[in-house]
Design a protein around this ligand. Structure first.
Ligand SMILES: Nc1ncnc2c1ncn2[C@@H]1O[C@H](COP(=O)(O)OP(=O)(O)OP(=O)(O)O)[C@@H](O)[C@H]1O
Length: 243
C-alpha cells in the first residue's frame, strides 16, 4: 500500500487537520490530497468525520488547526468558491423551492454556468422541475443536489454520498456522469459506504477512521494481497460508537 505523496499542484491538499466540536476532536490530524482530473474516494465508518472534512473544505466548518488548499486558495475565498462545487448529504433548507427555480438561481451566481435545461435533462430532472423540493423522492432530491453542485462548472467538486438511496439505474447513471466529469478534467472527491462504488470509480482511496487517514492507495494497491476492499476497510477501521 503506497503512501500518497502530495503534488504541489494537487487541486486539494489537506494537512494535519484538526476539527473540534466542543472539546471532542472529530478530525484528529487528517491529511489527504486529491489529484487533478481524478476521482478520489473517502471511505470510513459512520461518524468517522467524512462530512466534517467536506464541510471544512467548503468553508462551512472552521478547523482548530491544520491547513486546506483548494486550487491554491483557502476554503471560502472568492477564488475557491467560484471554482468548487459541493453536493451535501441533505439540504433541508431548500424545502419549498422548485428545482428549475433553484438551479436558475444557483446558475446566476457563477460567471460561466452550465445551461440549466441541458443539465436538468442530463440528470432526469426536467419532468419534476416544477415540483417543490420537499415533495420529491429521495432519489430525485439527490439528482437536484448533484445538479446544484455541477451547475457552476466546478474544477473541483465534493460529493457527499452521491448515490446513497439511489436505485441501480440511477446509481449507474450517476457513475457514468462522474466518469464523464473526470474525462472532462474535473477533480472529484466523493464519500461512499459502497465498496463496489469505490472500486468502480476511485483512482485513489483514503480510508478514514476516528478523524484520521489510516490507509490510502489505489484499489489495486489496497487489494493486492488477495483481500477484498471490504476486508481492507474492516481491518483499518473501528465499528462506529454505539453500533
Ligand atoms: N455541528 C456539529 N456539532 C457537534 N458534533 C458534530 C457536528 N457535526 C458533526 N458532529 C459529530 O462529528 C462526528 C463526525 O460526523 P460526520 O458527519 O463528519 O461523520 P461521517 O463520517 O460523515 O459519518 P456518516 O458516514 O454517518 O455520514 C460525529 O460524531 C458527529 O456527531
Amino acid at each position: 500500500m503506497s503512501s500518497s505523496v502530495p503534488e504541489i499542484h494537487d487541486p486539494l491538499t489537506v494537512r494535519d487537520l484538526v476539527v473540534r466540536f466542543g472539546s471532542t476532536p472529530v478530525l484528529n490530524g487528517l491529511s489527504l490530497n486529491a489529484a487533478a482530473n481524478r476521482i478520489t474516494a473517502v471511505l470510513g465508518p459512520n461518524g468517522a468525520g467524512k462530512t466534517t472534512l467536506i464541510r471544512s473544505c467548503t468553508g462551512l466548518v472552521s478547523p482548530a488547526s491544520g491547513s486546506i488548499s483548494l486550487l491554491g486558495s483557502a476554503p471560502g475565498s472568492p477564488h475557491a468558491t467560484a471554482r468548487v462545487g459541493m453536493m451535501p448529504q441533505s439540504t433541508g433548507a431548500w424545502s419549498g423551492i422548485r428545482p428549475g427555480e433553484l438551479l436558475v438561481y444557483l446558475a446566476s451566481l457563477y460567471a460561466h454556468p452550465q445551461p440549466v435545461p441541458a443539465l436538468m435533462s442530463r440528470l432526469g430532472i426536467t419532468s419534476y422541475r416544477d415540483t417543490p423540493y420537499r415533495r420529491l423522492s429521495g432519489g430525485q432530491q439527490q439528482a437536484v443536489n448533484l445538479a446544484g453542485a455541477l451547475v457552476g462548472r466546478p474544477e473541483l467538486v465534493f460529493l457527499d454520498e452521491p448515490t446513497a438511496g439511489l436505485d441501480p439505474h440511477a446509481r449507474r447513471s450517476t457513475w457514468e456522469l462522474l466518469g464523464e466529469l473526470r474525462d472532462a478534467g474535473v477533480t472529484v472527491v466523493l464519500t461512499t459506504h459502497a465498496m463496489d462504488e469505490a472500486e468502480a470509480l476511485a483512482d485513489r482511496i483514503f480510508i478514514v477512521d476516528r478523524g484520521r487517514v489510516t490507509v490510502t492507495g489505489t484499489v489495486a494497491e489496497l487489494t493486492g494481497h488477495g483481500q477484498s476492499l471490504e476486508d481492507v476497510f474492516l481491518a483499518n477501521t473501528h465499528a462506529a460508537v454505539g453500533s
